[in-house]
Design a protein around this ligand. Structure first.
Ligand code: NAD
Length: 441
């Protein structure tokens, strides 16, 4: 099989199929990324993946190439996992999808059998049918359903637990354009996951595309919902959103996951997907209020943490603020859409001196913040002499800190932006504030 794109989705999928015994070729256009993968190095941090990559490379089951056409010609299935980044107006940029589709189409000119093309990138409803299909047919000279098959199968993996999600997905959603591809994919996944196969649901391609957006939008809504409740809790004496989340989470209709109040969501998917769905919805003549409010609440959260620091320190000019965490979530070095960026930019604008520390994302932090901030090599260095500290990413290393660990700060003011500390252990020992925690009665 061919996997086009050696990013999170492509690299993890390629390794997974190769580990399952298939001959997989990852085609990657970026020469640096290609060389890294071929050398057994990950272009990004993902727990556990490096050793799996090395194993499948040394077993000969995984290879890396720069030639889509050649790879398509000698394989039976092609998975399209290229990026679909946001444009300024929120719509997705399909340049990578179009280019890769042209290349696949050229590869399909001389097929050695019925070839299955599976779109895995997140694309707005209608893209597989209206964009990918005509390009494939034009460049191959063939027809979907006759000379090759086409389906859209959205990917739901989470960075930081990508391998686990690939091995044990909650569901497999198949949006087939032709019946043969639908039947092939259902059988393929049943064989791949054997007894542990998750529910496999089939539908048309545009509906499968919508499933991905609805899935991510719902999870994002849940986060913004609890953040809205947190912002209200914070104004009421002795009310703590953590207890509220734990209690409402016990309701089976609600569930506890994605009810962690704090600085909001980031990453390469939720903000991008919400903006893309909003944009598409408006294009179709519908103004989406819930999605809009979800993003508004989310963008406000980091600024609320800044205000909490400002209320205590008053003027922030020249104040030294330690920022614990830069990646958009623990388990990754990815800073795309990270809340740390909004937070740090705001603090810098107010004249603060920022010291950042992250266990994995320092290289990316340097690319994002450049010389505008100071970089610490450890938590201790980040906190030393600081006027305030803010927890931005819930890394285990930060969760383990106790009040004495903040002892070397100039002023022991801690704003817990991720609700990783038990207020009862901190209140009264240091100046402690947390998102969603009301003032003491
Ligand atoms: P990414 O940007 O990390 O990787 C895409 C890769 O494709 C890049 O390395 C790029 O160089 C390569 N590429 C682009 N055009 C190519 C071509 N013509 N030939 C060969 N290689 C090419 O993207 P990602 O995070 O892996 O996401 C891929 C898609 O999957 C996106 O649509 C994304 O929204 C979706 N998705 C991502 C995640 C995630 O957690 N990252 C989860 C689910 C779905």
């Amino acid at each position: 099989m061919t996997v086009i794109g050696g990013g999170y989705v492509g690299l993890v999928s390629g390794c997974f199929y190769a580990k399952a015994g298939h001959d997989a070729t990852i085609v990657e256009v970026d020469s640096r990324r290609r060389a890294q993968i071929a050398d057994g190095e990950l272009p990004f941090y993902e727990p556990g993946l490096r050793s799996i990559l090395r194993n499948v490379l040394s077993s000969g089951k995984l290879s890396v190439s720069d030639d889509v056409c050649a790879a398509v010609r000698r394989t039976e299935i092609t998975f399209l996992t290229v990026g679909t980044p946001s444009r300024r107006d929120g719509s997705i940029n399909l340049a990578q999808v179009r280019k890769a589709s042209r290349e696949i189409g050229n590869g399909l000119r001389r097929p050695h059998g019925y070839h299955y093309v599976i779109v895995r990138s997140t694309v707005v409803p209608g893209t597989t049918l209206r964009v990918v299909k005509p390009i494939l047919e034009k460049h191959s000279g063939g027809r979907v359903g006759r000379s090759f098959g086409l389906a859209m199968q959205p990917e739901f993996l989470r960075e930081g637990s990508a391998w686990e999600d690939m091995e044990s997905p909650d569901k497999i959603v198949i949006g087939a354009v032709d019946d043969r591809t639908r039947d092939f994919l259902v059988g393929f996944h049943k064989r791949l996951h054997k007894r542990h196969a998750p529910p496999i649901v089939t539908m048309n391609a545009s509906t499968a595309e919508m499933v991905k957006y609805a899935n991510n939008s719902f999870l994002a809504c849940k986060i913004s919902f609890i953040n809205e409740i947190a912002n209200i809790c914070q104004l009421i004496a002795s009310v703590d959103v953590m207890h509220v989340a734990d209690a409402i989470g016990l309701d089976k209709r609600i569930g506890r996951s994605f009810l962690d109040a704090g600085l909001g969501f980031g990453g390469s998917c939720f903000p991008k997907d919400l903006r893309a769905l909003m944009r598409e919805s408006r294009r179709l003549g519908y103004s989406p209020s819930v999605l809009k409010a979800t993003l508004e609440v989310n963008d406000r959260q980091p600024l609320i943490a800044v205000e909490m620091v400002r209320t205590s320190l008053r003027a922030l000019k020249g104040k030294r603020i330690g920022v614990l965490g830069c990646s958009f979530k623990p388990g990754t070095d990815d800073m795309r859409g990270a809340r740390s960026i909004i937070l740090v930019n705001r603090l810098l604008k107010l004249g603060a001196h920022i010291v950042v520390y992250d266990p994995k994302a320092m290289e990316n932090a340097r690319k994002v913040f450049g010389t505008r901030v100071e970089y610490a090599d450890s938590v201790e260095e980040c906190l030393a002499g600081a006027d305030a500290a803010i927890t931005v990413t819930e890394w285990d290393e930060f969760k383990q800190l106790t009040p004495p660990d903040f002892g070397r700060m100039k002023r022991q003011l801690v704003v817990d932006g991720r609700r990783i500390y038990r207020p009862s252990e901190f209140l009264g020992k240091i100046e402690f504030k947390a998102l969603g925690l009301g003032p003491l009665a």
